[in-house]
Design a protein around this ligand. Structure first.
Ligand code: ADP
Length: 264
């Protein structure tokens, strides 16, 4: 009977043409959501069919960054129709909670919620699905690995050695789950000063270090896909709901993000 069968996740079927990227970080605040929404917007602007699943149950900032804060999914028969912003289909756990109530779901409930978002949302034929994971190596990362084994991991870190170490752990989960690591993105790499110099607020080398160590750990090349500087414009664009790659592609952070999108 249909009701008792496991929900079918289209992206996990053999022959699925959708590339799935799980965006992971060791800790919060490194720019994982900013990277996710900007890559999504950049790929959609190139004509690809793109979806974002905000699975960061503690942080869920994706709806604000894409300007879908007030939108709720609609239901058509058994399918959930996702809001669309900047040509990106968006589903967030935040859309199913009341106001700002924190989500305190435990592992099994989370797993079922993710399964439902993947199976019951009308994503259509996506070229790319980006998953914004919660920071760390938690239940969600494991669930995603089980639900979509072919999901590739994209690791976001800052240049700081301490952040890089935890980012490496988040990436190393791929060893256990046998997922491919698509690469490492270093964010908040420097701040351009008015006199033309660069200020490395968070030190340097973290992204390359994570890429090198993951390359060693998995025995396959894990590239550093790019370094994104700190710009006030990126932060403001995120707050305004229009990703910087769309609102100001000349901005140095936007330019770095567009280059990274080219490599996916
Ligand atoms: P995470 O998803 O890792 O918690 P966010 O993407 O929510 O991180 O970013 C945390 C904060 O830092 C946000 O306010 C965001 O606008 C800001 N931010 C992220 N990357 C940059 C950057 N390159 N330049 C300026 N601000 C940034």
């Amino acid at each position: 009977r249909g009701d008792s069968a496991e929900p079918v996740i289209p992206f996990a079927q053999p022959g699925s043409l959708t590339r799935v990227y799980a965006v992971a970080s060791g800790k919060g605040g490194v720019g994982k959501s900013s990277v996710t929404v900007n890559l999504a917007a950049a790929l959609a602007q190139r004509g690809l069919s793109v979806g974002v699943l905000d699975a960061d149950i503690y942080g869920h900032s994706v709806p604000r960054m894409l300007g879908t804060n007030d939108q709720r999914p609609t239901q058509v028969e058994r399918m959930i129709m996702p809001p669309v912003a900047h040509d990106v289909k968006v589903i967030s756990i935040a859309m199913f909670t009341q106001g700002n109530t924190p989500v305190v779901w435990r592992g099994p409930m989370l797993h079922r919620a993710l399964q439902q978002f993947l199976a019951d949302v009308f994503w259509g034929d996506l070229d790319v699905l980006l998953l914004d994971l919660p920071p760390g190596t938690g239940d969600v990362a494991i669930s995603i690995a089980q639900l979509i084994p072919n999901a590739e991991i994209l690791v976001v870190t800052t240049p700081q050695p301490a952040a890089a170490e935890v980012a490496e752990r988040a990436g190393a989960i791929a060893l256990q789950t046998r997922q491919r690591i698509a690469g490492v993105v270093e964010n908040m790499s420097w701040l351009d000063l008015p006199d033309g110099s660069r200020m490395e607020l968070y030190g340097s080398g973290g992204g390359q270090a994570v890429a090198d160590r993951l390359t060693q750990a998995v025995g396959a090349n894990v590239p550093l896909l790019g370094q994104i500087p700190i710009t006030q414009e990126l932060r403001e664009a995120g707050d305004s709901g229009i990703p910087i790659v769309l609102s100001d592609p000349q901005d140095p952070a936007a330019a770095a993000l567009l280059e990274i999108a080219d490599k996916l």
